[in-house]
Design a protein around this ligand. Structure first.
Ligand code: AMO
Length: 458
């Protein structure tokens, strides 16, 4: 590995445009092994492996290639007297990042990754890297994120990025598995909509034939409607917000994990959310130990997710010299103070009704407060939810109070006349949750192709 690091450092400096070399056809070559299938017991067997070149090292008449496939590293060792002049000469022209296929024989070698290396008999150059990217594979100090995003597909070849996206994959699988095994139906709702649901955040307008329409900010109203027929639903899909400020935790397009359930209230869905977070953290710790080591990060899980009421939070903050007016959202300074006291996951519940959208239910005994919650990690809000208004009359009243026109929501209000059950739910920002699982400070690092005010490509 240290050889690989040193080598990638050297090659990253050379950025000269190179002369293209002729490409080979894939033809009928098909992979026999991924790196993850390789073991010393395969010694002597033939193989075809594919990948891109992570490093090239010459030592006398031997060339060591390390190629990376989707699962890891494979060492390819070419000795001039073994492979012959022609193949050796071809190998000398290979460049880092070039995608190749190698047909050869496996040889058990204790020092090689997986304890085995490939002795090549034939090599196909399938995708030639004519430039070396200015990104060192193992460097801690990287070019700026903006620079890396310009060639994001290549940036994602970095082992640290690979680790983040392996965790993303395992977390996604674990969330879906948890919800399916607990009887939730996975649904898909329209992303092109006619009216806003999340007051504060701005909409992206678009032309829908001859009408104005918008990209959805959240599947809120649709997931509520679907509990009428399916009772327990979830959706994992994109949400769009025209965020005006550029921060480390806002994207214009993010993945929202939405859950909605009939015949329960906000306490039940908070328990569900806590169970999901717990299970995902455990799954990631057990299935992604190697990736967490690469990232040098250990996700934390408190014994209990504390539930502070909004009023309690204001008192705690006041005790620590941070004043928040009742009815205001928590400022970044207030959240930073809370993070000092609670660095991991905790809930803030019972928010002032005025802080929450029209579909959140007021508390029966105190309508100034709502049956709502945010799940926070340190200072980062990762989810919010609550008990919903299930009466049409109340919903119309709440829409008006928020300055919204009930006529724009006629299609939604209509179904409430047909026996809308009491229900509750939440939306979890998937990328924000991933920040807590991977230790990343910038939401863009956990997103394949982030969208924000400055990034509409790639
Ligand atoms: P809210 O607007 O709080 O609630 O959004 C839910 C969660 O989505 C994440 N999030 C974002 N992530 C990245 N970039 C953004 N611009 C962004 N905006 C929000 C946050 C947030 O907690 N319909 C309700 C949920 C519900 O009540 O079910 C809603 O959308 O992690």
């Amino acid at each position: 590995l240290s050889d690989l690091k040193a080598e990638s450092k050297k090659t990253a400096v050379k950025q000269k445009k190179r002369v293209e070399i002729e490409l080979d056809e894939l033809g009928d070559w098909r992979r026999t092994h991924y790196s993850s299938n390789l073991t010393p017991e395969l010694d002597g067997q033939g193989c075809v492996v594919f990948g891109w070149i992570a490093s090239i090292r010459h030592q006398g008449n031997i060339t060591f290639l390390v190629i990376m496939d989707k699962d890891g590293l494979i060492q390819v060792t070419a000795k001039k007297d073994e492979v012959g002049e022609e193949l050796y000469e071809k190998i000398q022209r290979l460049t880092p990042h070039t995608s190749i296929g190698v047909k050869g024989v496996l040889k058990a070698i204790p020092k090689a990754p997986n304890g085995v290396e490939v002795r090549p008999k034939e090599i196909k150059v399938l995708g030639y890297a004519s430039v070396t990217p200015p990104i060192q594979l193992y460097a801690r100090k990287l070019p700026s994120l903006d620079k890396r995003l310009e060639i994001r597909a290549v940036d994602l070849r970095r082992p640290a990025a690979q680790a983040i996206f392996k965790i993303r994959q395992e977390a996604l699988k674990a969330i879906r598995a948890h919800l399916l095994k607990n009887g939730y139906q996975e649904v898909h709702t329209p992303k092109i909509i006619s009216s806003a649901t999340e007051g504060g955040a701005a909409l992206f307008p678009l032309l829908y034939y001859d009408k104005e329409a918008f990209l959805t900010q959240s599947p809120q109203l649709y997931k509520e409607q679907l509990v009428m027929a399916f009772e327990k639903v979830f959706e994992i899909g994109p949400a769009f917000r025209a965020e005006q400020s550029r921060t480390l935790e806002h994207l214009s397009e993010f993945i929202s994990v939405d859950v909605e359930e009939a015949y329960v209230d906000y306490r039940d869905v908070m328990n569900r959310l806590e169970a999901i977070v717990r299970e995902v953290v455990e799954v990631v710790k057990s299935r992604c130990a190697k990736e967490l080591a690469t990232l040098q990060y250990e996700p934390t899980l408190p014994d209990t997710f504390k539930r502070f009421t909004y009023d309690e939070v204001l008192e705690i903050l006041a005790e620590h010299g941070c004043k928040v007016e009742w009815g205001e959202d928590l400022s970044s300074a207030a959240l930073a103070k809370l993070a000092e006291l609670n660095p991991s996951y905790y809930f803030i519940i019972d928010w002032p009704t005025q802080c929450k959208p029209f579909y959140i239910s007021q508390k029966k005994d105190d309508p100034k407060l709502s049956e709502s919650f945010d799940l926070i990690f340190g200072s980062l809000e990762i989810a919010s939810g609550g008990t919903r208004v299930s009466s049409r009359r109340v919903l119309e009243k709440r829409l008006k109070e928020k300055g919204l026109n009930p006529k724009s929501f006629a299609y939604h209000l209509k179904v409430f006349d047909y026996g809308m059950p009491p229900h509750a739910g939440f939306g979890l920002g998937f990328e924000r949750f991933l920040m807590t699982l991977t230790g990343q400070k910038n939401i863009r690092e956990v997103t394949y192709f982030p969208r924000d005010q400055r990034h509409l490509t790639p």
